[in-house]
Design a binder for this molecule. Structure first.
Ligand code: GLV
Length: 314
């Protein structure tokens, strides 16, 4: 049987992924979608490693037993109506990505708290002004989503002295973090937080979460850091909340449509910081080991780790 790698990688990404996977899976036949060897057939594939695979491809592999996402978020895969629902689907859970997310969350919160974005704007105007300096423990931060990444971010923020509340749909216990769950609690967490970091998975339940009514539940003048998915935010409602002063700033790594269109209003908005979906890139060096563990589990009859529950959407 073969392992098919189907990904919309750039040449540089292929150059990093291919040798990392070859080294991690020395006994496996690895095939790259788009440069299949002569005689190869999709019926040979029992494991697919995927990053934005072509729509419909996974439905054409009758022997498929495991789909391993190379991305943490599987919302795009689940949105493909032809995804075979009876095949195991695993998310990428890599400690290196959790570390990257923790760093990005800390960078964004520090930048907001220490007014980096305001000072950058002042620099543009050659404006020398010292703004009020506050202590980290005066800044209440909420982290929405307490999966691997949300937990890593929440703990890193707490380590740096912030007052951190964590919210998740289902109850989660986390040392040093005050945690909440459920819709009613969400409104009160949002109402108390100066900075909200979104790390929820995108599911039918969370799509459009940051629309007008949730944005109104946030504390006036709060900032939103979206490291989840663009689909969590209703973009016109966000623009409106920034215009009315309900929100002070948004730091956005993800967008409804990516790459962000060149004429999109966010690019030049003075209260929005745009990042090109880089909060946690999958690192082939560590991710290849994660893939190998799941491949080896499947081959030895053990359950692969981090399987998606279709009913909950992640
Ligand atoms: C990045 O957004 C990922 O899902 O890995």
């Amino acid at each position: 049987m073969s392992i098919l790698l189907a990904a919309d990688f750039t040449a540089a990404e292929w150059a990093a992924w291919w040798p990392a996977l070859r080294a991690a899976l020395p006994a496996e036949t690895l095939v790259r979608e788009g440069s299949e060897p002569a005689g190869f057939q999709l019926t040979d594939v029992d494991i697919a490693l995927v990053a934005n695979p072509p729509q419909g491809l996974l439905a054409r592999m009758p022997s498929l037993r495991l789909i391993q996402s190379l991305w943490a978020g599987v919302d795009r895969l689940l949105a493909d109506a032809s995804l075979p629902r009876d095949v195991l689907l695993a998310r990428m859970v890599d400690p290196a990505m959790s570390e990257a997310i923790a760093q990005t969350a800390l960078w964004a919160v520090l930048s907001l708290h220490r007014r980096y974005f305001d000072y950058a704007a002042q620099q543009q105007r050659r404006d020398w002004q010292q703004l009020v300096q506050r202590r980290a423990d005066e800044v209440a931060v909420a982290v929405l989503g307490l999966g691997e990444m949300g937990r890593a971010a929440a703990l890193r923020l707490a380590d740096n002295g912030y007052r951190v509340a964590g919210w998740s749909s289902r109850p989660v216990q986390l040392a040093r973090i005050t945690t909440f769950s459920g819709t009613t609690a969400l409104a009160s967490v949002l109402g108390q937080s100066e900075i909200v970091v979104n790390l929820l998975p995108l599911t039918p339940a969370t799509r459009g979460l940051f629309g007008a009514s949730t944005l109104m539940q946030m504390r006036r003048g709060a900032s939103l850091v979206n490291l989840g998915r663009g689909g969590h935010v209703v973009e016109p409602d966000l623009l409106n909340a920034l215009a009315t002063g309900q929100l002070r700033r948004a730091v956005l790594d993800v967008f409804a449509s990516e790459p962000l269109a060149r004429d999109h209003a966010f690019w030049t908005h003075p209260q929005i910081s745009v990042l090109p979906h880089i909060a946690a890139l999958t690192d082939p060096r560590s991710a290849a080991q994660v893939v190998a563990r799941n491949v080896n589990a499947l081959r030895s009859g053990a359950p692969p780790a981090h399987l998606v529950e279709h009913a909950r959407g992640y």
